[in-house]
Design a protein around this ligand. Structure first.
Ligand SMILES: Cc1ncc(COP(=O)(O)O)c(C=O)c1O
Length: 378
């Protein structure tokens, strides 16, 4: 069995977690929480970082910080994991779906520009959808599979229309656009440390921002909005979205290994790219110009991923399609979907992620390469 992507826990995880157990600091406060936030902020080059229980919680809080409220619209790509849209739904706002680019599989920013030009209007400093009058409050670019959205274009549109940017960088730790780390373009950037991400805390997330007031508010909201710990006074509806010290300890240990993980991911991607270069039916994801991706999940576009997935499964190899496009899910089927050719639907039928754990051996890579080559050779 070759799994798709599994954690690599060969650093100081045991040592740091043991330190929590030995000192009795296992729960919602402790030195590792502060240390993980400080070191994570330094790694991505953001002034502030606030840890959360998972990436979905990070997105939810980031949207609240942006002032997203009931009936507002939030622009989001049609290809993403459902958690991006769930976090929007938690606020009572509606996702406005934008189709993706056929090569990079990221939000199609020229399509977004055209949409805003045709259908948005400014009323003072707020952008509204002309047809309904709804406020377009935020854009959530998602850096799908660790490749990145064209952030120059997206930020230019966001500034022009005064729309707040909340980056879903959950898959993009270690990815850079024009030498700037994912998640540091918008008002906030959100990360996930679930089991299959480039680093893991088992479950966990992070919000980064350059705004001290927002960072303070994020901490307040994620810790039940308590203002007086003795009298238990809370000044707004808060959330129990903390990352516990035990998991932050694991985060510190994993973050130490991030450079090594990125090197491995890069090597695997390069090797696959070289092997598939002569297979006309196999097209890897196109890297967005100016992007240095983290190669989180190595993914190819093939004529029929369903039969390829079944073939790999028959050989004990785990692969994974892209997520079902958001407009095809029942709870989001009524959302506005801006598209010309439904590229999302096309890619959903054709894209497949291949095994790419940082611990994947050369022999295992060869097995994947040979099977895929055989499949199309036939
Ligand atoms: C694009 C995207 N958004 C949001 C999330 C949510 O993160 P989490 O699973 O940590 O809640 C994930 C990962 O699972 C994701 O891939």
């Amino acid at each position: 069995m070759i799994p798709l992507s599994v954690p690599n826990l060969n650093g100081n995880e045991w040592r740091y977690i043991k330190e929590c157990l030995d000192t009795n600091w296992v729960s919602s406060a402790g030195a590792f929480v502060d240390r993980f936030e400080r070191e994570f902020a330094a790694y991505v080059g953001a002034p502030y970082a606030v840890s959360t229980s998972n990436g979905t919680a990070a997105l939810h809080i980031a949207l609240l910080l942006a002032g997203v409220a009931h009936k507002n619209l939030v622009i989001v790509p049609n290809i993403t994991f459902a958690a991006s849209l769930n976090s929007i739904a938690y606020t009572g706002a509606e996702p406005l779906l934008i189709d993706v680019d056929a090569g990079t599989w990221q939000m199609d920013t020229p399509l977004l520009e055209e949409f805003l030009l045709q259908h948005a209007e400014m009323r003072g400093n707020t952008c509204h959808l002309r047809a309904t009058g709804q406020v377009i409050k935020a854009i959530m670019p998602v850096h799908v599979l660790g490749n990145m959205v064209n952030m120059s274009h997206l930020m230019q549109l966001a500034q022009q229309y005064r729309i707040t940017v909340v980056e879903d960088s959950t898959e993009a730790l270690g990815s850079y656009y024009n030498n700037k780390h994912a998640g540091t373009f918008g008002q906030t950037g959100c990360f996930s440390f679930n089991g299959n991400k480039i680093m893991t805390t088992g479950g966990g997330g992070m919000i980064v921002t350059a705004d001290a007031t927002l960072a303070k508010h994020a901490k307040h909201l994620t810790t039940q909005a308590k203002t007086d710990p003795v009298e238990y006074i809370h000044d707004e509806v808060g959330y129990n979205y903390r990352l516990v010290n035990l998991l932050a300890a694991m985060g510190v240990a994993q973050l130490e290994q991030i450079p090594a993980f990125l090197t491995r991911k890069h090597q695997i991607a390069q090797r696959y790219n070289r092997a598939f270069a002569h297979l006309p039916f196999v097209q890897p994801q196109v890297t967005t110009t100016g992007t240095q991706p983290n190669h989180w999940l190595y993914t190819v576009q093939v004529p029929d991923r369903r039969s390829l997935l079944a073939f790999f499964k028959g050989h004990g190899i785990e692969t994974r399609p892209l997520w079902t496009p958001m407009n095809q899910l029942p709870m989001f089927a009524n959302c506005r979907y801006i598209t010309q050719n439904n590229v999302s639907g096309y890619l959903f039928e054709r894209c497949l992620s291949l095994p790419c754990s940082t611990g994947l051996t050369t022999e295992e890579q060869d097995t994947v390469i040979n099977l895929l080559t055989d499949f199309y050779g036939n």
